[in-house]
Design a protein around this ligand. Structure first.
Ligand code: ASP
Length: 315
């Protein structure tokens, strides 16, 4: 598979913003091979043998960290997980000191999650390794948008001319931001559906349609993407109460009936059942592709790791 890898002329993956449509297609096409590999018995390749991958997580993560760890290990890399609680950062070391310390250990790939927008780009300028953004503040979460794109492409047979409704807490969501950029770039009709308090002030720059009513916003949509209500990023009251939020903005079967009859429902996780999504919708095998998103995540991350390692070798 390594020999067949298409050119991907990026040193790091910091955001979808830096990618062209051909880059997105290159990642998704390569990831398709890994979907097949991951469903087989022997899931191991030697593509990254000899390389060291550090997963540096300053913010909590369950699925993303596990997904990157499995992805690196399946490709034969030595993977080391570093979380902020066990690092010198809690002793006051700065981000850039940490970067310099890690750099001296010659890692080849560093996967970083950080609570501040822009921190991952800052770190990437100080290390020799290829850096992958695993989520920085409210800014971007590029591998989430790529795995969402792969899920949509497989389910809908294409990744263009679809109506996608991104619903809920857009303001605090790096997932929404990366998805708005990616889906817009691939020529889809993107809608955001949210109360005015949960929209970012710069929403106009994404070329999306804005709706303040769930039923109207998801009317005829091919894809309904729900977002977690990110209370940990809120200072003050953005929504009246969780009960009221669910009533107006939570996706239940009644509201979903307004989408296209074959619409799929997505959620990046972790889910707040009964807040932004009803359990009956989340668990409906005819509609929900939430488990598939997790599966696609490993394949997409394997593809990204391989492409960045390849680009690094080519210099
Ligand atoms: N897991 C995603 C993220 O890290 C979505 C979320 O936390 O709601 O951004």
């Amino acid at each position: 598979m390594a020999d067949a890898a298409p050119a991907f002329a990026h040193r790091h993956l910091l955001g979808i913003e830096q990618l062209a449509p051909a880059d997105v297609t290159a990642v998704l096409d390569l990831a398709e091979d890994y979907v097949a590999l991951n469903r087989g018995r022997d899931k191991k390749r030697a593509t990254l043998r000899g390389l060291t991958q550090i997963n540096l997580f300053f913010e909590n993560s369950t699925r993303t960290q596990a997904s990157f760890e499995i992805a690196g290990k399946r490709l034969g890399a030595d993977v080391m997980n570093m979380s902020v609680r066990t690092s010198s950062m809690s002793k006051g070391e700065t981000l850039l000191d940490t970067a310099a310390t890690l750099n001296a250990m010659h890692p080849d790939l560093i996967v970083v999650r950080h609570q501040h927008s822009g921190a991952v780009a800052l770190l990437s300028a100080k290390v020799d390794a290829a850096v992958i953004n695993a989520g920085d503040g409210r800014h971007e979460h590029p591998t989430q948008a790529l795995l969402d794109a792969l899920t949509i492409r497989r389910r809908k047979g294409r990744l263009h001319r679809l109506t996608v409704a991104i619903c809920g807490d857009v303001a605090h969501s790096r997932v929404a931001r990366s998805n708005m950029i990616l889906l817009g770039m691939m020529e889809n009709r993107v809608r955001v559906v949210a109360p005015p308090t949960l929209l970012p002030p710069d929403i106009d720059r994404y070329g999306v349609e804005v709706f303040h009513d769930m039923e109207k916003g998801i009317e005829g949509a091919d894809v309904v993407m729900m977002l977690r209500l990110q209370q940990e990023r809120m200072e003050g009251a953005f929504v009246p109460s969780q009960r009221e939020y669910f009533h107006r903005w939570g996706l239940d079967q009644q509201k979903l009936a307004h989408a296209a009859p074959d619409a799929i429902v997505m959620h990046p996780g972790p889910m707040n059942r009964g807040v932004e999504i009803d359990a009956l919708v989340a668990d409906d095998p005819a509609r929900s592709v939430i488990g598939e998103q997790v599966e696609m995540g490993v394949a997409v991350r394997m593809a990204v790791l391989e492409l960045l390692a390849g680009a690094r070798e080519r210099g």
